[in-house]
Design a binder for this molecule. Structure first.
Ligand code: CUA
Length: 203
């Protein structure tokens, strides 16, 4: 037995719950259900968290695919990194590794691309500044997104998953060249995930 000068509080938990407490518990529960329903709803209707094309890929195979992509469409260099200009409609391969995004890509406004993201080592985060875009880049998975850039300019890819000592230096770049007038008329966020194409096995 312990001895203390503090008097234990009155034990009241077997007493009936008051009306107000019941009401608030139900309000909290109902709100939880609303938020729970918003997740799938916003996925299906709001275009958030698109499923994308996701399948397993060996990091070395992905690295080889990126090298192939660079070799095929390289247009120059930018800050020592290859600058790649893939034709509209093509697959764009972006490689994340400690601590770089390779290559720098130049896209055309209004054209559609399939952007592939994968990592060679640890988890990285694909954040596109100044836009509100955020994707996990996971080793072993090729994550593909159909994108249509609809605002010209230079966009910085920020890594927003802590990935090691050089995390803060992990900055990449996407350049969007102005397209035709029709594309410019689109008044929407600069990159829209057009649709999450199914297929591709995996999850
Ligand atoms: Cu890559 Cu942080």
């Amino acid at each position: 037995m312990y001895r203390t000068g503090i008097e234990p509080p009155e034990r009241i938990w077997w007493k009936k719950v008051g009306r107000h407490e019941k009401v608030w518990v139900w309000i909290a529960f109902a709100w939880c259900m609303v938020l729970f329903a918003m997740m799938p709803l916003w996925h299906l209707r709001g275009g958030q968290n698109p499923s994308g094309i996701r399948h397993r890929v060996d990091p070395t195979d992905y690295q080889a695919r990126v090298a192939e992509f660079i070799q095929e469409y390289q247009a120059g260099t930018e800050n020592g990194l290859p600058l790649v200009e893939p034709p509209p409609g093509s697959d764009v391969y972006l490689q994340a590794s400690q601590f770089a995004w390779i290559p720098v890509v130049r896209l055309r406004q209004g054209a559609e691309y399939t952007l592939h993201l994968s990592s060679l080592d640890v988890n990285h985060g694909f954040g596109l500044y100044p836009l509100n875009i955020n994707f996990q880049v996971v080793p072993g998975y090729d994550y593909g997104l159909r994108v249509v850039p609809n605002e010209p300019g230079e966009f910085h890819i920020m890594c927003n998953e802590f990935c090691g000592i050089g995390h803060h230096l992990m900055v990449g770049k996407i350049i969007v060249e102005p397209g035709d007038a029709a594309a410019e008329a689109i008044d929407a966020p600069a990159a829209t995930v057009v649709e999450a194409t199914g297929a591709g096995g995996g999850r």
